[in-house]
Design a protein around this ligand. Structure first.
Ligand SMILES: [Zn+2]
Length: 121
């Protein structure tokens, strides 16, 4: 049976998201399908990213006069699974599948499989 020996999911599992902060991406599925935005933050351990204007959720806030906070509904971006995102290549302006290769310094460089241009610059 399960119980004590149940395998814990490691929160620290190292994903290697194909998206990076500052990338332009398009959303492939979900309610924001087709939306484009810039990656604001990548949550690598969760395999998620926060994308500008994508996956807005409403958050109700209480007024707090001491901190000069007005009550109301705040809309904020929520993290979205990186698997739902596709990077838009800055060279050919198309949503692109990415590959990676190593440059002369041994660093992994992502490149666009459409036009073969490198993305990290
Ligand atoms: Zn390209």
């Amino acid at each position: 049976m399960y119980g004590k020996s149940a395998v814990k999911q490691k929160e620290t599992a190292r994903y290697k998201p194909h998206v990076k902060k500052g990338d332009s991406v398009v959303v492939l599925s979900g309610k924001d399908r087709g939306k484009k935005g810039r990656v604001l933050r990548v949550l690598a351990t969760k395999g998620k990213a926060i994308v500008e204007k994508v996956n807005f959720t409403k958050k109700h806030t209480k007024p707090n006069p001491g901190k000069n906070v007005k009550g109301g509904i705040l809309e904020r971006e929520s993290p979205i699974n990186v698997a739902k995102l596709q990077v838009i290549c800055p060279s050919c302006n198309e949503p692109a599948r990415l590959g990676s290769h190593r440059n002369e310094d041994g660093d992994a460089v992502r490149f666009c499989r459409n036009c073969k241009a490198d993305l990290n610059k």
